[in-house]
Design a protein around this ligand. Sequence first.
Ligand code: ADE
Ligand code: ZN
Length: 335
Amino acid sequence: MDAFIDGLPKVELHLHIEGSLEPELMFALAQRNKVDIPFKSVEEVRAAYDFSNLQDFLDIYYQGMNVLQTEQDFYDLTWAYLQRIAAQNVLHTEIFFDPQGHTERGIKFETVLDGITRALDDGRKKLGVSSFLFMCFLRHLPEDAAFETLHQAIPYKHRILGVGLDSSEKGHPPSKFERVFAEARENGFLIVAHAGEEGPPEYVWEALDQLKVNRIDHGNRSLEDGKLVDRLVKDAMPLTVCPLSNLKLCVIKDIHEHPLKKMLALGLKATVNSDDPAYFGGYMNENFRAVTHALNLTKQELATITKNSIEASFLDKNGKADLHKKLDDYMKTAA
Ligand code: ADE
Ligand code: ZN
């Protein structure tokens, strides 16, 4: 099964580029930029990645970002991620970045965007990995900070396909940003939002009805509300599920309890993604392996997940058809 997963053509739809900062690169950039970090070794960094909830993780994640200073740093970060996923047979990826995590530290929006997009362009040319970029608003910050970030992004609309919502979920419902997302939609940005990771089903309803999302990131807690499940199924609303993230952030107690198989059985458009792979123990293949072994997923279920990801991507009709064909060809030889 592991060899089947390795060879499966994959699509990633939920990845925070800052969450792909491996400890080795963190040390290299700290040295290059003469930034102090509170760790003596790579082992010490990894040992610190022991989280009880989302906030525990976010505290370390924002601290890790301090080493990212120059356009080249953002290029190196993104390029390292693309090389890793190309080696895992990920053919298309739609990634997030958190501009406010950097502009708040005095880094220019353009520095961040230029480094990431230069690497994504190289990924397309040199690795054959296609990609789209999404910008997330940090929901623990006020509405006016999100508006300011949206206004910074508008001149770069051709490089940023859409906007999302991330960071501390509890106490920061999607409704807090209804007006920001309305303006983002008016400007032609696609819309996604983290909802139902730690927050209640009501936050998923708000993401649907007030933010008018094209996709829900996580969505696990939707399962607590039958009417919400019916709505998500009826709308064929994709959920970008992140198994190892759920485990590391204690959204689930044990990987055997992961709701992915149940989501598929209910007819939900669930997909598998890595979220913050440097912090949660793995990229796409590791996520697929963990759930496949724990839940006894079949090759057919893995193909369904990948089909869901292709359909849930923002590729055009031809781009999707190309990936569907690659998946069908693979299933003919490997199933
Ligand atoms: N930022 C990075 N990863 C996140 C996650 N899993 N949930 C909310 N915000 C995040
Ligand atoms: Zn996320």
